[in-house]
Design a protein around this ligand. Structure first.
Ligand code: F6R
Length: 299
């Protein structure tokens, strides 16, 4: 697993994806045209693709509203859906994609295979990794190239994600203390990914608080260590909120460029740090027995 994170750049998709302009599904015609609303369905390590696209679209003003769908139920109307599932077998994602198709909404799949790849909708197949969460570079860049093709959005295409041992060490210390991760709305997806990595790799339970809302409640109850996230790319209002939090309560601040390269470089370090924490605790970072058991117990 450590190898996957260390070699993340190898999995970046660096050229256009192949997509039709329209397709037939169960006798109905679907057109892949820009829509005001982009739904991104997916759970866990695949769902984070939607969270990060929402952050990126907010920061860079992309021409759609990104709506993350993390449920079986999909009641939205008018839009376009990306259904992201590493295995292609996640029941919530498949159910949401089927509901969107029934509503006449075009759906594009991003997966390594499974049932999603067999639905007969446009599918971008990505290379496998040791775990879904370790396949973030290929799933995120596949989604981004899809958006470039449909909406013409611009994004940076990093060719390397340089490793800095000191940043990894800082993250080991900070995340090992089970902090509250504090981030502004514009970095909410990134903060959730950090939490999820601490959950799944290190088997720890840090929490996430989002600003400005957390300044209206959480701040009064806050007591534990704080990991604060900020960026030169976010609005001044959001930066100020993060700074004021740390002025009042103190905390470790991590500054992350909200570019594709900046986000993936930071998350590579988070992956490595959470693997290191697991190994130091004598825990297998790769195995997620409770997630597996839950999936087994589902009807
Ligand atoms: C991450 C992980 C889970 C899965 C999630 C959904 O490594 O194992 O968070 O990503 O259970 O499964 P997929 O990604 O196959 O749709």
């Amino acid at each position: 697993m450590l190898d996957d994170y260390l070699n993340w750049e190898r999995y970046l998709i660096t050229s256009e994806v192949d997509l039709p302009e329209e397709y037939q599904y169960q006798g109905r015609l679907y057109r892949l045209a820009p829509a005001d609303r982009l739904y991104i369905a997916g759970m866990g390590g695949s769902g984070v693709v939607g969270d990060l696209i929402r952050d990126l679209s907010f920061v860079w003003g992309w021409p759609f509203e990104a709506v993350v769908v993390k449920d079986y139920f999909f009641r939205g109307g008018d839009g376009l859906m990306l259904a992201v599932s590493y295995s292609g077998n996640t029941v919530e994602t498949i159910t949401a994609a089927a509901a969107a198709l029934r509503r006449g909404m075009p759906v594009i799949a991003i997966t390594t295979g499974g049932k999603l790849a067999e639905m007969g909708i446009p599918t971008i197949k990505v290379p496998k990794a040791s775990a879904p969460r370790a396949a973030l570079p290929q799933m995120l860049t596949a989604a981004l190239w899809t958006l470039r093709k449909i909406y013409g959005v611009n994004f940076d295409t990093p060719s390397s994600l340089p490793y800095d041992e000191r940043l990894a060490d800082r993250l080991v210390k900070t995340l090992g203390a089970r902090p509250t991760i504090v981030a502004p709305v514009s970095m909410q997806g990134l903060a959730y990914r950090v939490k999820n990595e601490a959950n799944e790799n290190a088997k720890l339970d840090p929490s996430v608080e989002v600003l400005p809302e957390a300044h209206h409640n959480w701040i009064e109850g806050a007591s534990g260590p704080i990991m604060a996230m900020t960026s030169p790319d976010i609005p001044a209002e959001h930066r100020t909120r993060v700074r004021l939090t740390v002025d009042l309560l103190s905390g470790e601040v991590f500054e992350v460029p909200m570019t594709v390269g900046g986000i993936l470089t930071f998350l590579k370090h988070v992956g490595i740090a959470t693997v290191k924490i697991a190994l130091a605790r004598g825990i297998d970072p790769l195995k997620t027995p409770r997630i597996d058991e839950l999936k087994r117990r589902l009807p």
